[in-house]
Design a protein around this ligand. Structure first.
Ligand code: LFR
Length: 489
C-alpha cells in the first residue's frame, strides 16, 4: 500500500490540509480542506483563535477519512515566533497573542539596554525583529508566566493537543532568538532576562522526529483516520526551504507569502559583523542547515490593500491592474515598521509618498504596482547584500510560495537583480512538510533526491533578466534608501 501523507500548513491568513502520495518518482498534491485564519482584538491584544484552528484541522482530517484514506501520516507547520502558555493542568492559559500586536513596539530597545545587541547576535545569530519570542516574553504578563508550566510554539502546541506529546522543534525554536548557536540549547542567561526557566520549554527535537499517534479518544465527535504525527520543519519558512527545487548552483530562495523571506541555505552559520550590520538571520533548518535570510514585508501589503477594497478583487485581478501601470513611479522602503500593522495600508503608502515628496499612487493598479516595484527593488538589493556578506555570487533565485504566481513581480525581480529566476512550486511549504515526513518514513532517501522529485513533479517557470533598462532606476533607488536611512539614524 502506498503511504498517504498529509501536511497541515497554516499561515497568517489561511490554513490548509494537503494530501500527497509518491508514485513513479513523482509527488502528487491535493488540497483536502482550506480555512481562513487571522487575529482579532480580544482582552487587550491581537490574538489568534487557536481553538478554531484546531477545530478546522479536525474537520479536514474527517474529510480525508471520508475521502477514503483511513490511515495517514501528518505533519504541522505554521508561522513562527508565537507561543501558547500552558498551565499545570495541561490546558492553555489564554489565546496566544499575535506577533503583530503592539506590545513589543519598544521591546528591542528596552531589552538591549540590559544585554547588548552584539551579545545577543553573537549568541543566537538571529535577526532583530521586535516580535521575536524573546521580546514577546519580555513583555509578557509576569503573573501568567509564573502560572505557566510549559511554553509551546504554535505548531508544537497543536501537535500536543492532538497527541498529548510536547516537544520544541528546532526550526521554530531557533526563531525565538533564545537558542545558543554554540551549545545548541536554550541560552540560560537570555531566558533569565525574560523571566523564563529552561524547564518551561519541552525538550528540543530536530525536524523529522516521530511525535506519536493522534489520540482519537479525545475527539470522539469526529470520524478521524488513524494518524501518525511526525514533527516536521514546523516553522513554515523552514518547510518552504526544504520544498524549494534548488535550481542553480549558488542558489538563493525567496519564500513569498505573507512575508517575503529571501536568503540561502548554509551548512555553517554566518554571524559575523557584516551579517550583524545587515540584520541577517541564521534560523535553524532541517538536516543541520541554517536559513541565512532576511524578512521582507512581502505580500502582507497586498493582502491588506485587497482587504481594504472589501476583497472586491482577487490577487490575480490586482496583479492584472498593476500590470497596466508603469513600474517604479515611487520609491518606498517596504520594510519600514509603519507597514507592519497600520490601520490603513493604503493611507500609510500614500502618506509615505506625500512625506517623501513623491507621486501619490491612487488607483488599485497604481497602489499595487508601487508595492510590486518596491518589493522587486528590495529583493534585488538583498541579492547584492548576500553576495557581499557571503563572498560569492548568487546565480539563481528560486521563488516559491503563493507569490511565485505573480508573473509581473517575478519578471521585475529577474530584470532588476540581473539573475535567472525560477518560480514555483506555489505550495512549497506544504511540499517541504510532506518531504520531511517521506524522508522520516523512508520513502525518500534524503533532501537532495527530494528536490529532484519536487522539480520533476511541479510546474516551475523560468524568468530571464530583460535588457538593462532599469539599471539606472536601481542605482537611484539605492541612493534614495541610503538617504532615508541616514535621516532616520
Ligand atoms: C512566515 C513567517 C516568517 C516569520 C514570520 C513571523 O510565515 O513564519 O518566517 O518571521 O512568519 O512568524
Amino acid at each position: 500500500m502506498t503511504n498517504t501523507y498529509v501536511a497541515v500548513d497554516i499561515g497568517a491568513s489561511s490554513g490548509r490540509l494537503m494530501l500527497s502520495q509518491l508514485k513513479d518518482g513523482k509527488m502528487s498534491l491535493k488540497e483536502m480542506h482550506r480555512f481562513t485564519n487571522g487575529f482579532s482584538f480580544k482582552q487587550g491584544h491581537d490574538r489568534w483563535d487557536i481553538d478554531h484552528i484546531i477545530k478546522e484541522i479536525l474537520l479536514g482530517l474527517e474529510k480525508i477519512k471520508q475521502a477514503g484514506y483511513p490511515d495517514i501520516s501528518l505533519g504541522i507547520d505554521t508561522w513562527a515566533v508565537d507561543y501558547v502558555l500552558v498551565g499545570k493542568d495541561g490546558k492553555k492559559l489564554e489565546d496566544p497573542i499575535s506577533y503583530r500586536d503592539a506590545r513589543t513596539n519598544t521591546a528591542i530597545k528596552d531589552l538591549t539596554a540590559r544585554v547588548s545587541k552584539e551579545k545577543i547576535y553573537q549568541k543566537t545569530g538571529i535577526q532583530f525583529l521586535d516580535f521575536n519570542t524573546l521580546y514577546q516574553l519580555f513583555k509578557e504578563d509576569k503573573d501568567l508566566l509564573a502560572k505557566t508550566d510549559k511554553i509551546m510554539m504554535i505548531p508544537d502546541y497543536i501537535g500536543y493537543v492532538l497527541t498529548g506529546k510536547a516537544v520544541s522543534e528546532v526550526t521554530n525554536a531557533s526563531t525565538t532568538q533564545m537558542l545558543s548557536l554554540r551549545e545548541g540549547l536554550f541560552d540560560k542567561n537570555l531566558l533569565k532576562e525574560v523571566n523564563v526557566k529552561p524547564e518551561q520549554f519541552p525538550k528540543l527535537v530536530d525536524a523529522g522526529t516521530p511525535l506519536g499517534k493522534l489520540d482519537k479518544s479525545k475527539f470522539s465527535k469526529y470520524d478521524l483516520p488513524d494518524t501518525d504525527l511526525i514533527t516536521v520543519a514546523s516553522h513554515d519558512t523552514a518547510s518552504a526551504v526544504v520544498g524549494s527545487p534548488g535550481m542553480g548552483h549558488h542558489w538563493a530562495y525567496l519564500s513569498s507569502g505573507t512575508w517575503s523571506l529571501i536568503g540561502t541555505e548554509l551548512n555553517v552559520p554566518e554571524n559575523g559583523s557584516k551579517a550583524f550590520a545587515e540584520n541577517y538571520t541564521n534560523e535553524w533548518g532541517a538536516y543541520g542547515t541554517y536559513r541565512f535570510l532576511k524578512n521582507i514585508m512581502g505580500l502582507w501589503m497586498i493582502q491588506c490593500v485587497r482587504r481594504e477594497f472589501n476583497n472586491k478583487y482577487s490577487f490575480s485581478e490586482l496583479a492584472e491592474k498593476a500590470s497596466t501601470v508603469k513600474p517604479f513611479q515611487q520609491f518606498i522602503d517596504v520594510n519600514d515598521k509603519r507597514f507592519e500593522n497600520p490601520k490603513s495600508m493604503i493611507s500609510e503608502i500614500k502618506n509615505y509618498c506625500r512625506e517623501t515628496g513623491q507621486q501619490i499612487p491612487e488607483s488599485p493598479g497604481e497602489i499595487c504596482m508601487a508595492i510590486y516595484s518596491n518589493l522587486a527593488l528590495f529583493y534585488a538589493q538583498q541579492i547584492q547584500k548576500l553576495n557581499d556578506i557571503l563572498g560569492y555570487k548568487i546565480d539563481t533565485l528560486n521563488i516559491v510560495g503563493g507569490g511565485s504566481n505573480v508573473a509581473l513581480l517575478n519578471q521585475l525581480t529577474a530584470t532588476i537583480s540581473g539573475i535567472d529566476v525560477y518560480a514555483g512550486p506555489d505550495e512549497a511549504t506544504a511540499i517541504g512538510n510532506l518531504t520531511v515526513q517521506m524522508i522520516t518514513k523512508g520513502d525518500i532517501l534524503n533532501v537532495y533526491l527530494a528536490r529532484r522529485i519536487i522539480s520533476d513533479s511541479f510546474d516551475i517557470k523560468k524568468y530571464l533578466p530583460q535588457e538593462e533598462k532599469y539599471h539606472r532606476i536601481f542605482e537611484e533607488y539605492k541612493e534614495f534608501m541610503q538617504k532615508i536611512h541616514q535621516k532616520s539614524n
